[in-house]
Design a protein around this ligand. Structure first.
Ligand code: FCB
Length: 449
């Protein structure tokens, strides 16, 4: 037994939380954040290529051109995943790698890449959890019709979903349509800090509706094609805490929650947009859309990082941040995961849930071959406890995916923020397991014993 294993084993013995033996343990990534090879293998550009190449959009002018070079290193990366003892891996497909323009011709080289990736995972005993859209819309659809502003993009997305479903639907463990549509709508089209970089509320509303419509159409198309894999969507969610007991703060918290969580949950589970959002309805809803959106889900993926802190005063009342703050400035608030899950369990009739992302950014450095990341370890352990508490209270959660397998292109933060269990030296592409990874691999093993 190595010293590292002894250390992690003793950490395990003080961590007494146990999960059902059938619980799935995984790590997550997304295509644009890790693949690189942006102009190779016939891949067309996506809106994130265009956005990141625009000066002033990403910290240090970073782009996903090379990223973790996963496109070339996928086999050793799959070995790395296997070495973590996890049984599941969540990845996303780059739409413009398999269909360079987002309409028309398919790129066989791109399709083959994901075909091999899935087989490579299965050969290593790892279940593939596939996401179809993790924000990297083909740029040709943006150029042609302003991307998700156009209703037609929802139909193009359904076509793409059907193609991927037919190709991989009998081998993957699940297919999620979108990852975090709130981010695409709000950060991409209202705040303009993510691709495509627009700043307009009516546009944001229209985009959010077309994303939801695309989700519903994609589920219909995949089901009509006989896709066997469980189908769902991944939403980012947080509870909202009023900063004080004031009516204004309570109302603000309710509004934030309505915009963040209920805006996506209610169309999917109740066939309507929520009230108390302080927003008009999207102006592009057509007859029948709400029925299309509200397709039954086989699972719901939830990404949880932190809570929303609602303070209506100027200057705002700060969050207590008693358990620390990540390098992103996000409060470590594990109890929020329990609160969130219990809240949605109370408010909606839910399918089985997977925690499809949860993670912590730290300014990690390698010293003598080791990466000490105590903040990440504390975050993981407290969130696993919070998750177990929600399950004990009756919430049906089937799996957990740490974000992320390895450090990668963190969107507008570029390579400056590190979320990985595995450290990446971008100059050499050297991968180094952080202490949190050593802990996670022993923890996962202990759960199966
Ligand atoms: C989520 C994204 C993921 C990653 C984490 C930190 O919003 O889905 O790609 O950037 O945040």
């Amino acid at each position: 037994m190595t010293a590292a294993m002894r250390t992690s084993a003793s950490v395990i013995s003080t961590f007494d939380t146990t999960f059902p033996v059938t619980f799935r343990w995984g790590v997550a990534t997304s295509a644009y954040q890790i693949e690189g090879a942006a102009a190779q293998g016939g891949r067309g550009p996506s809106i994130w290529d265009a956005f990141s190449h625009r000066p002033g959009t990403v910290v240090n002018g970073d782009t996903g051109d090379v990223a973790c070079d996963h496109y070339h290193r996928w086999e050793s990366d799959l070995d790395l995943i296997q070495s973590l003892n996890v049984d599941s891996y969540r990845f996303s497909v780059s739409w413009s790698r398999v269909q360079p323009q987002g309409y028309g011709a398919w790129n066989q080289t791109g399709l083959d890449f994901y075909d091999r990736l899935v087989d490579g995972l299965l050969a290593r005993g790892i279940s593939p959890f596939m996401t179809l859209f993790h924000w990297d819309l083909p740029q040709a659809l943006q150029d042609k019709q302003e991307g998700w502003e156009a209703r037609d993009t929802a139909y193009r997305f359904a076509e793409y979903a059907e193609r991927m479903g037919r190709l991989l639907g009998d081998r993957v463990a699940s297919i999620a349509t979108h990852n975090e549509p709130w981010v695409v709508a709000v950060l991409g089209n209202e705040q303009g800090i993510f691709a495509p970089g627009k700043k307009d509320v009516p546009t944001m509303l229209r985009v959010s509706h077309n994303l939801l419509l695309g989700h519903g159409l994609a589920l219909q198309a995949m089901r009509a094609a006989g896709v066997k894999a469980p189908l769902g969507i991944v939403l980012n969610q947080s509870p909202a805490t009023p900063a004080t007991e004031s009516e204004a703060d309570k109302q603000l918290a309710e509004q934030e929650y309505a915009r963040f969580v209920r805006w996506y949950m209610e169309p999917i589970f109740c066939k309507r947009y929520p009230d108390k959002t302080g927003r008009p309805l999207p102006d592009n809803i057509e007859a029948g859309d709400m029925d299309t959106i509200a397709q039954p889900l086989d699972f719901l993926g939830i990404n949880y990082y932190t809570r929303i802190w609602a303070s209506s005063s100027t200057p705002p009342v700060p969050a207590p941040n008693k358990d620390g703050v990540s390098d992103m400035g996000w409060e470590n608030y594990a109890q929020g995961l329990t609160e969130l899950l219990q809240g949605i369990h109370r408010d909606y009739t839910l399918p089985p849930i997977y925690i499809t992302e949860n993670g912590f950014a730290e300014a990690d450095t390698v010293a003598h071959g080791h990466v000490n990341d105590p903040g990440r370890l504390a975050y993981m352990q407290s969130h696993l406890r919070a998750l177990r508490a929600a399950m004990a209270a009756g919430v049906d959660v089937r799996g957990f995916f740490y974000w992320s397998l390895m450090d990668n292109f963190e969107w507008a933060s570029g390579y400056a923020k590190r979320f990985g269990l595995v450290h990446v030296d971008y100059a050499t592409q050297q991968r180094t397991l952080k202490n949190s990874a050593l802990w996670y691999r022993e923890f996962v093993k202990s759960q199966r014993a």
